[in-house]
Design a protein around this ligand. Structure first.
Ligand code: PLP
Length: 407
């Protein structure tokens, strides 16, 4: 028997990358679906709305115009100009088109930013719960992911004291990841919260900030503030954003990074060897998206908000069995179920077991918090129709009530 599988792996970094913690849930959910069970997925990571018609038309026009060749590595100049204008208008950020690198999705932009910034042994600070790819991308780049557990009483946001503590002890901290609005919690950093973090960051000049703002437009209350808008640290920020979530363009794969020139130049070099450029038709689609009036997204936002409220109202029926807060953005509610697990009524020991129980017995699929570095919680995605959501929340409430009342 082989106890040393790493001997057979050429790259030690890829060996340590974890398989998705949700694989067990997804596999079982598809088995059940194939067996004809009416499984409703609350795992969805993309908007369930179609792309706006003007974007579809722009793609068709792009085909007619033969926009099917390589573009410049960093993206069509016109698109980068439009992104720069967006960053100024929405976020008060001043970038030239040369500082913007369009990629095949925010995921690629984050990976490339890490490749450019990290040296083997550097640490990447990741507030938990987090989007899992941050951790694995850090590992793939030879760095050490340092998870910073946050608390529900702070809506899972990093506090200045917490950050200061980690920065003081993690001497090789090179990158801090921030995601607002957040996947998986939907929480949003306010201007004053960011300001307090900025004053800590100012003490640590070696640190770069990767600010993932992909859910920027999916905001139901308050304002979106980019940490890069604080002049004290703007030269150390890389803003990541994209079109997947705001414009329902997940399959078109378009994201971007906005960075100081010395970094954008490096990003372009890396991208030139990975994908040459982002898909040309998708870039045409992104340009059309930026030409839309932002108000045209209001009907989608209204529906997401109603669904969010539906989920939160139903969760209230569970009293203090569960803990949660009403998120301001994205399309997720993150629910702390540690009380249910502590009581351990039906022998359910972990969030993953609880998800499997809800799947087997109540036909709903959810992602366990441990997949996001936060065991004892579950993520509910409300990117499904209201009707389905009603049914799924009936099942969720019933499932939790059943196990909570098991003698
Ligand atoms: N960042 C976060 C927080 C996400 O949730 C996702 C997708 O789920 C991404 C980045 C990647 O987005 P893209 O589709 O642009 O690669």
């Amino acid at each position: 028997m082989n106890f040393y599988p790493h001997r057979f792996v050429h790259n030690p970094y890829s060996f340590f990358v974890q398989e998705s913690a949700t694989a067990a849930i997804f596999d079982r959910a598809s088995q059940l679906k194939r067996a004809g069970k009416p499984v409703i997925s609350l795992c969805v990571g993309e908007p369930d709305f179609p792309i706006p018609t003007p974007i579809k038309e722009a793609i068709i026009q792009g085909v007619e115009n033969n926009n099917t060749r390589y573009t410049p590595t960093a993206g069509l100049f016109e698109l980068r100009e439009a992104i720069a204008a967006k960053l100024l208008r929405d976020n008060g950020l001043v970038y030239s088109p040369e500082q913007i690198v369009v990629s095949n999705g925010a995921k690629q932009s984050i990976m490339q930013a890490m490749t450019v910034l990290l040296q083997p042994g550097d640490s990447v600070l990741i507030p938990a719960p987090y989007w899992p790819s941050y951790r694995d991308m850090a590992i793939l780049n030879g760095a050490v992911p340092v998870e910073i557990p946050t608390q529900i009483k702070h809506q899972y946001k990093l506090t200045p004291d917490l950050l200061h503590g980690y920065l003081s002890s993690a001497t090789k901290a090179k990158i801090l990841l921030l995601c607002s609005p957040s996947n998986p919690t939907g929480s949003v950093y306010s201007r004053s919260e960011l300001k307090a973090l900025v004053s800590v960051i100012s003490e640590f000049p070696q640190l770069f900030i990767l600010s993932d703002e992909i859910y920027e437009y999916l905001l139901y209350e308050g304002e979106h503030v980019s940490i890069a808008s604080f002049p004290e640290i703007s030269a150390r920020c890389i803003v990541i954003n994209g079109f997947s979530k705001s414009f329902c363009m997940t399959g078109l794969r378009i994201g971007f990074a906005a960075a100081p020139l010395r970094i954008s130049t490096e990003l372009i070099k890396v991208q030139s060897h990975l994908t040459s450029c982002a898909g040309s038709l998708s870039q045409v689609a992104a340009l059309a998206a930026l030409r839309l009036q932002r108000e045209s997204l209001s009907p989608m936002l209204q529906q997401f908000k109603e669904r969010r409220d539906l989920v939160c109202n139903r969760l209230m029926e569970l009293g203090n069995c569960v803990e949660f807060f009403t998120p301001q953005g994205a399309f997720y509610v993150f629910v702390d179920v540690s009380r249910v697990l502590r009581a351990n009524p039906a022998g359910i020991q972990s969030d993953t077991e609880l998800c499997l129980f809800l799947l087997e017995n109540h036909c709903i699929a959810l992602v366990p918090g441990s997949g996001f570095g936060c065991p004892g919680a579950l993520r509910i995605s409300y990117s499904i129709s209201k009707m389905q959501l009603e049914t799924a929340m009936d099942a969720f409430v019933k499932g939790i009530q059943t196990i909570s009342s098991t003698p």
